[in-house]
Design a protein around this ligand. Sequence first.
Ligand SMILES: Nc1ncnc2c1ncn2[C@@H]1O[C@H](COP(=O)(O)OP(=O)(O)OP(=O)(O)O)[C@@H](O)[C@H]1O
Ligand SMILES: [Mg+2]
Length: 237
Amino acid sequence: MGSPMLALENIHAGYGRFEVLHGVDLRVPPGKTVALLGANGAGKTTLLKAAAGLVPTTAGQITLDGVRVERIPPQKRARRGLMLIPEGRGIFRDLTVRENLAMFAGRRSVSEAIERAVAAFPVLDGRLGQRAGSLSGGQQQMVAVSRALIADARVILADELSVGLAPVVVDEIFEAVNVLRAEGRSLVIVEQYVDRVLDVADYVYVLHKGRVALVGEPEQCRRDAVFDQYIGAATHS
Ligand SMILES: Nc1ncnc2c1ncn2[C@@H]1O[C@H](COP(=O)(O)OP(=O)(O)OP(=O)(O)O)[C@@H](O)[C@H]1O
Ligand SMILES: [Mg+2]
């Protein structure tokens, strides 16, 4: 399987003196998709932020391509190919859609970046000059996911991409996730639509109160009593 693209080992992190993660291990092999599940408050967002460098770790190791990164700032981790798509989207609301896409074009031309985004999300074509903050929630999420498509991020951490979106938009978002997978990117996905994310995941991690309660392949996890206990039928869709 090779060395993992992203490996978190014994991660302790939280807010001030309030520890949320009590020694979490998570491995994302190259080109694989990990579903990170757990109840509200389990620590999923905190774990993604710790990986991205937005929440400091108090103990543990983070390696990206075998290089220790837990002490390097978020921008440098991003330059090494780690991208967080945060809850609340992380786009520049006061910039236009075109300007947002241009910012992540990197080595590509802006027109190529726009072509990629529009190919995935045709509705953006008519909105390139519009302020991103004035788009619908679903359209804003399309811009956020387009950033991942455009940028050469190899490890993408996606926090609740589909929250609050209409089913048809959720379908589009998952199609874009499949494009990212097909391109061989590594993904960690936090998602409330458990069945949908299990369909695309290679591995599942269930967090419970800041600890990993279950790890496995989707089919194994679906059959595990621990899975039902912590994920519950209510969150299936
Ligand atoms: N900025 C913050 N300051 C203090 N405590 C926080 C902060 N953000 C989160 N927490 C606390 O950390 C714990 C874990 O929160 P986190 O957001 O990581 O959970 P989550 O699994 O993402 O939950 P959800 O499914 O609701 O998004 C919770 O007890 C929460 O109240
Ligand atoms: Mg969260």
